[in-house]
Structure formats: structure tokens, C-alpha cells
Design a protein around this ligand. Structure first.
Ligand SMILES: *Cc1c(COP(=O)(O)O)cnc(C)c1O
Length: 437
């Protein structure tokens, strides 16, 4: 896709004027500076903003608790018993699944463990897990502890694929080659959809195909991918996937999580799983009998009765995605992030030196909203000055500033303002360094 951008405020404003999704910004509560004007919030990859409707959705359940109390489980629309199903169809659309392949439950790391109980079944021959190097720490700890749980040595059982010397991101052919190399001993390929640090989006279709060709299972952690990129889990043939809902899905701190389990396991009662009463066959759940009989599909992995308050927030947020449409959001996101990349490259060009590097791939198909910036000189200080200037972005050790313009509530003008602020800070910092040298 070719973009021709201009580095002017008027140009940014013209992009906003022709943006058909621009009214969605009004549906979110924007954090404000002391003077009441909105901050530039580029942290939707970490915690998405609050939908204005969320409080009402929660208040409604508080009210039902007050008036119906225990009868709320079965009375009202939707009853708490059925509440998770109100999120099923939109969720299925967001991740590209059949409705009975998805369920909303628990939190992300919990779901990752539950999925690994079912899909990481090491044998003497096949026991390895292959993942990307530098995966989000929770995933690393989950994998390490699962490996130990089976009495295996993480140093032998975990294979990490790292970028080549001098490169920041992974090449798909290197991932495929690593899978192939360990084909005889591989039990599971577990990959992130978008890397939290580099912002690289992986080719999940090709990873799934390579994993299956090697005779391994394949699962994805979509924490940074869901609500960011269109996904096609069923078509890509993933065995399982998990995601949280508080990043691009705007469902609040500690919000609930989602899981995908491919249809081919829907009726599989042999597959080991850690069970709870909410995964028990619904028709006879309340007979309270011995002997676990799972529900058909992903719902058979549920443990506990629904977390209605986090669900209520998530429902409010999903309703917005339903109206906006992930394909439209993605089209805007490509323009928004490409505009940001263009402006950042301009900073280097105008300074005639490399004041910053973008380590995220420059190909829009290999990234989502986020760009990860490395500022070689005084990176942490530059980050702190961005915060002081009313920009909300984040710092990830050892040396990255993450910025993520989000198509639901960020504007092209904000992207332009951000680049202007960063230019000012970088110019001042570079001059200061030159003077002190
Ligand atoms: C954000 C994130 C997590 C967080 O896990 P929680 O269980 O929700 O605290 C885990 N893995 C990845 C890849 C993430 O990006």
C-alpha cells in the first residue's frame, strides 16, 4: 500500500476530516492534563481507554444484584447464567472462530495454563515447546513451570527462536526452519500474535502450518493482537489461543480473558483438562453428580461461574467493536501507524542523523498499531519528557519507548502533535549532549 503523507498539521487534520470512524473517539473517556485538555494517549496496547457506556453496564448488574440477589442467576436479560454467551458472537468475529470455539473466562495467564494442560502433553519422544525469544514474562514463566510440572528440564525442553545477529525482529523462514529442525521432538509451538516489545506481528497461518507439518500442536497468545489485527484462528487451524481483554479490547484493568479451542476438540472427552463445575454439561450441572462430563466446545473448559462485573465491562466494549468492525479499524490503523512512521523518519532526515530507530517492522503487514522506538541517546530521559508534555506512552526495559495510536480513539492530529513534541525534545536533548561533550 502506497501512502503519500505530508508533515503538516493541516494535512493531519484533513486525514481526520475524512476518517469515517472518527466519531468513535467520543465514546471513550480520555485522560486529561491539568488544564483539562486531553492527553495524547498512546498506551492502548497496555490498557485501553474506558468506554463511556462501561459504567452503566456495571451499574445495571449492581442494581440486579441489589434487587434480584440470587435470582439474578436465572432471571433478567441476560441472566448471569447466560451472560458469557452475550459476548460469544462478537468474540468469534474478532478472532475468526466459530461461536462454539470461543469462551470468555478467567484471566490470560490462567487460561494459558489451562490450555497447556490440555495441549502440552509431552512424551519421551515429543516434549519440546518452541516459542519466540523474549516472550512476555508471564508466558515464559507459565511455560517454564509447565515443563517442570511434567518433570522436565526447561533448558532442554524450551526452544526459543531469536532474531539474527544485528536484527531486532524474527524472519518467518527462521521460525519455520526452527520448527522443522526440532520436528521429531516438538510437542507444542506457542507463539505470540504481536510481540509486546518489538511490535512485530507474526504470520500465524504459516506458523500453524509449520507446527502441524512437524506433528506438533500450536497455540497463540493474542494479548497484543486481538482488537488490533483481524484474526482467522479457525481457518489458520490453530489448536488453541488465549488473550486478555484490557489492552486493545478496552475492558478494564484485570479484565477478563478469552480462549479459543478448535472445533475438532469440541466433543473430545479424552483430552485431559483441569475441570470445574461451570464446564460441566449444562443440562445436568445442578444435579451436582460425581464424574465430570464436559460441555460441548470451548465452554467445556470453564471452571467457575461467570465474573459478571468484568464481563459487563467487556460486553460494553465489544458492542463498540461490533459497530466499528475490525476490518475498518485495521484499515484506519494502517494509515495511522504509517503516518506516525513517516513523521518519525522525517525527524531523522531533518536532523541528518539517526536520532531514533524504529525496531518494529516497516512493512504494515508485519505490525499492528504499535511502534517501538529506540532512542540511542538518553532514551529514558526522552521518555520522561514525553510524559511531562502530556503524552502517555511507555518505557520497556532495556531501551524501548512504545507508542501505539489506536484507531478507535486516536486521531491523525494527535500523531502529528506527538511527532512535533518528540522533535522538540530530541533536538533539545541532542544540543544539550553536544554542549556537555
Ligand atoms: C499483557 C500480557 C500478559 C498479561 O497476562 P495477565 O495474565 O493478563 O496478567 C501475558 N502475556 C502477554 C503476551 C501479554 O502481552
Amino acid at each position: 500500500m502506497q501512502h503519500s503523507f505530508e508533515n503538516t498539521l493541516a494535512f493531519a487534520q484533513s486525514l481526520d476530516a475524512s476518517d469515517t470512524l472518527r466519531s468513535f473517539r467520543n465514546e471513550f473517556i480520555l485522560p486529561a492534563k491539568a488544564d483539562g485538555t486531553p492527553k495524547i494517549y498512546f498506551c492502548g496496547n497496555s490498557l485501553g481507554l474506558q468506554p463511556k457506556t462501561a459504567a452503566d453496564y456495571v451499574a445495571k448488574e449492581m442494581q440486579r444484584w441489589a434487587t434480584l440477589a440470587v435470582e439474578g442467576h436465572f432471571q433478567g436479560e441476560p441472566s448471569w447464567f447466560n451472560y458469557h454467551r452475550t459476548m460469544r458472537d462478537t468474540t468469534a468475529k474478532l478472532v475468526g472462530a466459530l461461536p462454539h470455539e470461543v469462551v470468555i473466562m478467567n484471566t490470560l495467564t490462567v487460561n494459558l495454563h489451562l490450555m497447556m494442560v490440555s495441549f502440552y502433553r509431552p512424551t519421551a519422544q515429543r516434549y519440546k515447546i518452541l516459542m519466540e525469544a523474549g516472550a512476555f514474562p508471564s508466558d515464559q514463566y507459565a511455560v517454564e513451570s509447565q515443563v517442570r510440572f511434567h518433570g522436565l528440564d526447561p533448558a532442554k525442553a524450551i526452544v526459543e527462536v531469536a532474531p539474527r545477529e544485528g536484527e531486532a525482529t524474527l524472519r518467518i523462514e527462521d521460525i519455520e526452519q526452527a520448527i522443522d529442525k526440532h520436528a521429531n521432538s516438538l510437542a507444542l509451538v506457542l507463539f505470540g500474535g504481536v510481540h509486546y516489545y518489538t511490535g512485530q506481528a507474526f504470520d500465524l497461518k504459516r506458523i500453524a502450518a509449520a507446527a502441524h507439518a512437524a506433528g506438533a500442536k500450536v497455540g497463540f497468545d493474542l494479548a497484543h493482537a486481538v482488537g488490533n489485527l483481524p484474526l482467522h484462528l479457525h481457518q489458520w487451524d490453530a489448536d488453541f489461543a488465549v488473550w486478555c481483554t484490557y489492552k486493545y479490547l478496552n475492558s478494564g484493568p484485570g479484565g477478563t480473558s478469552g480462549a479459543f479451542i478448535h472445533e475438532r476438540y469440541a466433543n473430545n472427552t479424552e483430552l485431559p483438562r483441569f475441570a470445574g463445575w461451570w464446564g460441566y454439561r449444562e443440562e445436568s450441572r445442578f444435579l451436582m453428580q460425581k464424574g465430570f462430563v464436559p460441555m460441548y466446545g470451548a465452554e467445556g473448559w470453564q471452571l467457575s461461574c461467570g465474573q459478571i462485573f468484568p464481563f459487563a465491562v467487556h460486553r460494553a466494549s465489544l458492542e463498540i467493536f461490533e459497530r466499528a468492525g475490525i476490518e475498518y479499524l485495521r484499515a484506519k490503523s494502517i494509515r495511522l501507524t504509517s503516518f506516525l512512521a513517516f513523521l518519525l523518519e522525517q525527524i531523522n532526515q531533518q536532523a541528518a542523523t539517526q536520532l531514533l530507530h524504529i525496531i518494529t517492522p516497516s512493512d504494515p503487514h508485519q505490525r499492528g498499531c504499535q511502534l517501538s522506538l529506540v532512542v540511542p541517546q538518553n532514551g529514558k530521559k526522552v521518555f520522561e519528557q514525553l510524559i511531562q508534555a502530556g503524552v502517555v506512552c511507555d518505557w520497556r526495559e532495556p531501551d524501548v519507548i512504545r507508542v501505539a495510536p489506536v484507531p478507535l480513539y486516536n486521531t491523525f492530529e494527535e500523531v502529528w502533535q506527538f511527532a512535533a513534541i518528540l522533535t522538540k525534545i530530541l533536538t533539545a536533548t541532542t544540543e544539550a549532549v553536544q554542549i556537555t561533550c
